[in-house]
Design a protein around this ligand. Sequence first.
Ligand code: NAP
Length: 530
Amino acid sequence: MTLNGEMLIGFAAVRGNEGERLAFNPATNSEIAEPVFGMGGVAEVERAASLAANAFDRYRAAPLAKRAALLEAIAEHILGLGDELIDRAHAETGLPVQRLQGERARTVGQLRLFAKVVRDGHFLGATIDRAQPGRQPLPRADLRLAKMPLGPVAVFGASNFPLAFSVAGGDTAAALAAGAPVIVKAHSAHLGTSKLVGSAIQKAVKEQGLPEGTFSLLFGAGRQLGEALVSHPAVKAVGFTGSRQGGIALMQLANARPEPIPVYAEMSSINPVFLFPAALANRAEAIGNAFVESLTMGAGQFCTNPGLVLAVDGPDLERFVDAAATALTSKPAQTMLTPGIFDAYRAGAHGTDAVRGVVKVAEGEPAGERANAAQAVLYVTEAARLLASSELKAEMFGPASVVVRARDFDQLLELAEHFEGQLTVTLQIDPADVAEAKRLLPVLERKAGRILANGFPTGVEVCDAMVHGGPYPSTSNSMFTSVGATAIDRFLRPVCYQDLPDMLLPEAVRDANPLGVWRLVDGEPSAPEA
Ligand code: NAP
């Protein structure tokens, strides 16, 4: 398709007049000449939000099969963009083509997963407690619960997943599946990619005969447009992936509204990895090599990047450090997503260099003349330094990690108690480590959303059981996940209907079960009739 710099508001293409912006190629360190994007402002937010508010009741009333078909049509249209999408995303992010192809497959898979979730109907939480008119001492009314969408959702696309966490990413798919219209604020790091994907969604909404306003895509400077969007009374929830600073700013704004709304922000995490004694004794070198692969993948630009490694000091830990250092030395520098993210990475590494008692044990290949290319780095320090230093506990978004030597296992437990909330914690354990792992687990369960053994945290499977979330500050709300089927729960709320006539009830809780969904009836699971 011919890419232009217009936003998509409902079914219209709208050129913003709050300034112009060109996309940027971080690999060549230069602007991309075409197209010129027109930035939107408060007027465009108003237009998109009022269309979304008007669309809400009609969109949520559409049959579930139609909602599922929309998600599947979006997936098809994204695939239909072919190489144009991959080429544009590659130019705007510097991410390798193969990685982007994988990410596209994940995005499409995610949309199809949510189509299945919608058809299945479990997410509606249909629950029926039938009337008990003869109950003593008081009769019970007929009570029926079904979940409904919160209302229009604002989505802030992530810089580090231009497809899977952006315009048609997990937040958008989950919100559309829940029955909520979506307004996306495109990330300024990949405007053209956003426009291509937005066009695929707009086309699918039109084709399915769904209401205008079910989807809009806005371009604009973060502060002005983003703040207007979060403040708009028609917007009822926010999905965000990015910096802690940005997430906290949006949370504060949402809380200060006359009607506060939830902000589901996924922010920062350092994803500690614990190396247990038997695992280290048996396979220190193998763990070291696999760790470096995880650390340097995608220039370390993953929210699940392993930024901290902890173990009891000794010769086996030395073997791990030596192997990791050797592997890291041959890793090439990689282009980061934006000059801003590259600068933040360099500043983080300089900050770590300056912490007393932290030793740089290895660096990857230098970037040479290449712009915005991150050199991988590995540090080693003592447990006491980690406890004393706020720099070492902060996310260094990029291919950098710190190995922490502990005196004994009790000191590892003490370190774990000091962690902030994390998306993941990893255990490298062998059978002989299980007793000690059992001591650590209750602490880790309090700290992290996902605990994994004998793997590395990068690579988040999109499935029913996934949790990509965790206690603050890894996210703003530890009760939910932003990846996987249950991500839909963020955009739903329960409504109880008491003694309503059958024909006024949502279909999910009508006597005849016309949707054919699983329900809890008088406390017993009730399967739909075959
Ligand atoms: P960001 O600066 O937080 O931006 C994310 C999105 O939010 C952008 O669309 C941005 O607008 C908007 N935004 C930011 N602050 C805002 C505010 N105060 N009000 C309204 N909108 C606001 O994140 P980023 O650009 O992706 O990366 C910056 C840093 O975030 C990285 O260096 C890294 O440390 C961290 N990061 C972490 C993760 C993670 O998953 N843990 C992922 C990505 C980034 P604009 O597009 O106009 O800038």
